[in-house]
Design a protein around this ligand. Structure first.
Ligand code: NIG
Ligand code: FE
Length: 413
């Protein structure tokens, strides 16, 4: 018999409130949310001039002009920003390959001397170079590398970061990479990590294509779902990589297991994979350097976010994605780094904002939405992150500048 011990009634702890007052601007992004990130005008960043924000550890309690701060918050411990600093939602990098080992500096030098990305890949380099190094690394080594990178991202104002596996290319090595993301979450609770299974990043050299796809569909995806190791499944559908049919098979298996989807689409060649992403209701179709008019229409008519990665176009010396076309037709567009060892070795999201302004002709609200609201949609987090409102997460950054445009005006700072 178990002896009943007295129950201690816990009264719900009253949250400790803090405030920032006299921010030059508090950018709430309210209009961006109302317009679902589509057809944005610069004023849609919804800037509250001389603003204040009251919040606890988890949620926002009040936002408005500092002079209208309600009496009940007057005694809250506040930091006066003296109209020298602005506040905006924490940046969201919705596409990175954060977990890998090894370096491709030598291959980069070869590419600079004229070799193409495809040529290096065809010789067994490229993604497979990183796969070899990642397979050899222990989980602890991969964690140390990823942790350092996450801290760099944090300093750029990134508070939410998506992390893909995809450099293991077999069941155990992929699971090892996904576990690293779990440990990152425990180590850095001040950041939000979104985990994506990208087993279909390339084909392992040592296996037949169908055999590896069978393993993903029958073994890895169900186990990833069961152990909650990834919220998303992504597939690199491109010339020389996964075909539309192969990609669709993997993505359907993920959906069946309750995992949301994303697609590396139309990056090296047009395969109509952006259309597939829209058809399957994926959260995002990413890259899109070679997207067709049909693909643009498909994304514009869907809730699938077009995630653009201008650093990759720059690094591959390719034309930028047709951002204006996508935006003018009404698509939701996110901007991310694509941080990875081969095609964009940078975590500098503000630099990607700069490239979006200069080379993709995006206006300031489109750029703002690209790293906040629309990026949150790409990760399914728009109910709590990406814009600022009462009841949403206390997930914002206090900029060292008085307006957010300074962030991408400074080239690569
Ligand atoms: O997003 N496109 C596929 N994957 C990466 C590149 C990976 C690599 O070269 O290591 C990308 O560009
Ligand atoms: Fe990528």
């Amino acid at each position: 018999m178990t002896k009943k011990t007295g129950t201690t009634k816990k009264s719900p702890a009253t949250p400790v409130l803090s405030a920032f007052t006299h921010a030059s601007y508090v950018y709430t992004g309210e209009m961006i949310r109302k317009k679902d990130g589509r057809k944005l005008e610069p004023a849609d960043v919804s800037a509250v001039e001389d603003g204040a924000i009251v919040f606890d550890q988890k949620k926002i309690h009040w936002i408005g002009p500092a002079r209208e701060l309600p009496k009940i918050y007057k005694s809250v411990k506040a930091t006066d920003l003296k109209r020298k600093q602005a506040i905006m939602p924490g940046l969201i990098d919705s596409h990175t390959h954060l977990v890998f080992a090894g370096s491709r500096a030598q291959e980069f030098a070869r590419r600079c001397a004229g070799a193409t990305y495809q040529e290096i890949a065809d010789e067994g380099g490229g993604i497979l170079t990183t796969v070899n190094a990642t397979r050899e690394a222990s989980e602890a080594e991969l964690f140390e590398l990823a942790l350092k990178r996450a801290l760099i991202a944090y300093r750029y104002g990134i508070r939410t970061i998506e992390c893909k596996s995809g450099y293991g290319l077999d069941h155990d090595a992929e699971m090892k990479c996904l576990k690293v993301v779990k440990h990152l979450r425990e180590a850095l609770p001040q950041m939000t990590f979104v985990s994506t299974y990208l087993g279909a990043h390339a084909f392992p050299k040592d296996r037949r294509r169908t055999e590896y796809i069978d393993e993903m569909v029958r073994k890895t995806i169900p186990e990833v779902a069961e152990k909650s190791l990834a919220e998303f499944c992504d597939v690199f559908i491109d010339e020389g990589y996964y075909s539309i049919e192969e990609g669709e098979r993997v993505l359907r298996a993920a959906k069946k297991a309750g995992i949301k989807t994303k697609v590396h689409a139309d990056e090296l060649a047009n395969t109509e994979s952006a259309h597939l992403a829209a058809k399957l209701g994926a959260n995002s179709a990413d890259h899109l350097l070679k997207i067709s008019d049909y693909g643009v229409e498909s994304l514009a008519e869907s809730s699938t976010v077009a995630t653009l990665l201008p650093g990759t176009a720059l690094y591959l010396k390719e034309n930028f994605a047709p951002a204006r076309d996508l935006l003018d037709k009404g698509a939701k567009v996110a901007i991310a780094t694509d941080f990875n060892p081969g095609t964009c070795y940078s975590l500098n999201l503000p630099l990607m904002m700069n490239l979006s302004a200069l080379y993709m002709k995006m206006n300031s609200a489109e750029i703002f939405a690209g790293v906040t609201y629309s990026a949150a949609c790409a990760l399914g987090l728009e109910a709590t992150k990406g814009t600022l409102d009462v009841g949403m997460d206390s997930d914002f950054v206090v900029l060292p500048y008085d307006c957010f445009e300074e962030m991408y005006y400074r080239l690569g700072w």
